[in-house]
Design a protein around this ligand. Structure first.
Ligand code: PMP
Length: 367
């Protein structure tokens, strides 16, 4: 029995559920994949930046070489862009990899990681995969109980994960709350501030974790190029922390964790500030469009600062999800996040959002 032989924490995990593949649903429904609307994985609906495509094309002849394992050029770019010196940066195969690297460097059996209920699924996966304990703190109105997170810390806590905004709820906290929180976390706890969605908010709307690094040597800010920068399929993210933490993380990081196409694409994406601004505009217009549509349907949702919105149907959402799939619309059930009455919907293009609302209204009318 190879389940029984797995380490105890792993036995208790359930597999990470990804969005249903477009091709799979298209085949089931016997329709063209182009007819499917997928709003399930918080992907960027803009399609890739043309500058990114150009950079990838230019890199293709180099494919027989290993990527630059130090990520020199990308770190230089991040350093210029965000005013961080390169030795503070750790590159990851998506920010999932950053979470995993932190867990492998700082967690082990007998130690624990603290995080909130309804937080990102990678936190328990990475924590329990290395035999450490997940300490889950109940949320307040689906948002973080920051006091509760502090109270859950003990001598065996090494990592505290928090995302701003959080996925899948979209909830957030402001600068004052962050400052107060960081000032109360004991020095033996590494705070992973996961800012995977930060670029979707207007600059200044949410605290910028990078501004706190100087004052909090136990802080690590995790970011990704997979959301607002549109590189989900290439898998690239980064962490900023003290040089000492970055040194530790670079000891356990796989040497070639970021591939060569992702490295050049990330540099091009960071340069394409128009793309980022266009994505932000599309997202806020799409959010308004979805909120107006949901209001019209008499539905409730959690206000969100991400590129997604958690819609509450007030009853088991599984049949509604099944109905949407029959209409060719893929969204994300989040029962696994302790939210069985919700579906999480990523913000798409105007047409995709309209298709979703139309399908939803049809499904609700027939339920
Ligand atoms: N953090 C949060 C809060 C997320 O929602 C996600 C993506 N679902 C990630 C990190 C990881 O994203 P990626 O690995 O694509 O950078």
């Amino acid at each position: 029995d190879f389940l029984a032989l797995a380490v105890p924490g792993v036995q208790k995990l359930s597999p990470y559920v990804t969005g249903k593949p477009i091709d799979e649903l298209a085949r089931e429904l016997g329709i063209d994949p182009a007819q499917i609307v997928k709003l399930a994985s918080n992907e960027n609906p803009l399609g890739p930046s043309l500058k990114v495509l150009e950079a990838i094309r230019a890199e293709l002849p180099e494919l027989t070489r290993y990527p630059d394992g130090s990520g020199y050029v990308l770190k230089q770019k991040l350093s210029e862009r965000f005013g961080l010196s390169p030795e503070l940066i750790t590159l990851g195969n998506g920010s999932n990899d950053i979470i995993d690297i932190v867990a492998r460097a700082y967690l082990a059996p007998g130690l624990n990681a603290v995080f909130s209920a309804h937080a990102f699924a990678a936190y328990p996966i990475c924590t329990q995969a290395v035999g450490a304990e997940s300490r889950v703190v109940p949320a307040i109105d689906y948002g973080y109980d920051l006091d509760g997170l502090i109270k859950a810390i003990d001598d065996h806590t090494r990592v505290l994960f928090l995302a701003n905004p959080n996925n899948p709820t979209g909830t957030w906290f402001g600068a004052e709350a962050l400052e107060q929180f960081l000032s109360r976390v004991p020095a033996h706890v590494l705070v992973v501030l996961d800012e995977a969605y930060i670029e979707f908010s207007e600059p200044g709307e949410l605290p910028n974790g990078l501004d706190y690094l100087d004052r909090y040597p136990n802080l690590l800010v995790s970011r990704t190029l997979c959301k607002a920068y549109g590189l989900a399929g290439l898998r690239v993210g980064y962490a900023a922390s003290s040089a000492q933490i970055a040194d530790v993380l670079n000891r356990v990081r796989q040497p070639f964790n970021v591939n060569s196409l992702a490295l050049v694409a990330a540099c091009a994406a960071l340069d394409d500030t128009d793309y980022l601004a266009a994505g932000r505009r599309l997202n806020s217009a799409g959010m308004a469009q979805l909120e107006a549509g949901l209001r019209e349907l008499g539905l409730a949702w959690i206000p969100s600062k991400g590129n997604f919105i958690a819609v509450d149907f007030g009853r088991d959402a599984a049949p509604i999800n099944a109905g949407l799939l029959r209409e060719g619309v893929i969204v994300r059930p989040i029962a696994g996040y302790g939210m069985p009455t919700f579906l999480r919907v990523s913000i798409g293009t105007e047409q995709e959002n309209a298709r979703f609302l139309e399908a939803l209204s049809k499904v609700l009318a027939s339920a």
